[in-house]
Design a protein around this ligand. Structure first.
Ligand code: BEZ
Length: 395
């Protein structure tokens, strides 16, 4: 019997042109081979909705470009990575070795993204990371053929450390999954919080993607901190926010985190998310002409409201288009690709941003508060925040 994953992995898709009803492009007629793009994303598990939103955003930009990037018609290949680092190298090699893709786009989970970055570095394959924040991707692993359209784990976390300290909180407990994204998010928060007079008094963890929070919530209640900082996303974030409220903690200890806690999750979290304050490079109420046009197009195409993951997928395609146009579709010209991307101003729905020498967005980090099932922007927590890119020789 073929599993859903095997099906996903083995069906090459004629990308956005087919999905969004576009006519076939003329690249074939001009003799240019199709550009093979490998999408490695989670389509099952805790982060499944994030993977789908990223693919939707990517396809939307592609459709707006008539199904082409850098003058070449795009053919998509898909692998469900299941957010499983143990399978990551095999999965990325399905795209690189079996399907011989020209470009890799992925993924959501930091541990899986590290395996992708290693293969990309070894093989020289272009890699665009549309979510995973692993600091090392644009730190020690930085490379001209690797660029991120999303954030580093440090960015929204550092911004939140300043916010929580400036709100007068002195003692914080942190709680997260024990893997790179959780660890780095807590580290970034702690760096800014303690620099600004706060103290992290306890760091609580559970394995990814475990959602048995009860014992840890009891420990938080006993510790009586001034604030709790947390990194959870996807289905885990839904359960954590609901459990935090059910334990009675929402009324007594303010909860903060990067916006993954409440992005793409608000329908399921309902009133338990009301009032939560998060930091993120996108929000639901930017109300700019650029974002309004994006939100309308996304809603028309998918009958859904976009979230930060959809924006990151859209911008992954935009960045790829900018680089590929500069090299006229020749993916071998990696240094020229990187130079063009680093010179560009990316016209994103989140607001325009640039790409650092290390390959990471330099972007505004908004302060948001949940109200009426939206992540309303209530300010800018950190303007044009650049990741420190520690360990990157190019920066
Ligand atoms: C990560 O693993 O890097 C990640 C996953 C979900 C949301 C944000 C970051």
């Amino acid at each position: 019997m073929r599993t859903r994953r095997a099906l996903c992995a083995s069906i090459p898709l004629i990308a956005a042109a087919a999905a969004l009803g576009l006519a076939a492009g003329s690249a074939a007629a001009q003799g240019a081979p199709k550009l093979k793009v490998g999408l490695m994303l989670p389509y099952t598990g805790t982060y499944a909705a994030l993977g789908t939103a990223i693919e939707n955003g990517f396809r939307l930009h592609l459709a707006e470009q008539g199904g082409k990037l850098g003058g070449r018609e795009v053919e998509l290949f898909k692998v469900d990575d299941e957010s499983d680092p143990a399978k990551a190298t095999d999965n990325v090699n399905k795209l690189v070795k079996r399907d011989q893709v020209d470009v890799l786009v992925g993924t959501v989970h930091s541990g899986v993204a590290m395996a992708m970055a290693k293969v990309a570095k070894e093989t020289g394959t272009l890699l665009v990371v549309p979510n995973a924040g692993a600091d090392a991707v644009t730190g020690p692993f930085c490379s001209p053929n690797i660029v991120r359209s999303s954030f580093s784990n440090w960015q929204p976390a550092y911004a939140m450390g300043e916010v929580v300290a400036n709100r007068g909180h002195k003692k914080a407990v942190t709680i997260t999954w024990k893997y790179a994204a959780g660890d780095e998010s807590v580290k970034g928060f702690k760096e800014a919080f303690e620099k600004n007079g706060g103290q992290v008094v306890k760091e609580l963890n559970l394995p990814f993607p475990n959602v048995e929070f009860q014992a840890l919530l009891t420990e938080i209640a006993a510790s009586k901190p001034d604030a709790v900082y947390t990194f959870f996303a996807g289905a885990g974030a839904v359960k954590f926010v609901k459990d935090y409220a059910a334990a009675g903690l929402k009324k007594t200890i303010p909860l903060y985190g990067p916006g993954f806690l409440t992005d793409g999750t608000l329908e399921a979290q309902g009133a338990d998310a009301d009032g939560l304050i998060t930091t993120m490079h996108y929000g639901d109420s930017l109300n700019t002409p650029r974002d309004n046009a994006f939100r309308l197009a996304y809603a028309k195409a998918y009958k859904l409201q976009p979230d930060v993951y959809a924006v990151q997928g859209y911008d992954a395609a935009q960045i790829l288009g900018i680089g590929l146009t500069a090299v006229k579709g020749d993916v071998a010209k990696k240094a020229e690709f990187a130079a063009a991307v680093q010179k560009a101003r990316i016209d994103s729905p989140r607001g325009a941003f640039t790409i650092s020498k290390a390959g990471n967005p330099v972007q505004d980090i908004y302060l948001r508060q949940v109200s009426a099932k939206e992540n309303k922007v209530i300010g800018v927590a950190s303007k044009a925040l650049a990741d420190p890119a520690r360990g990157c020789k190019a920066s």
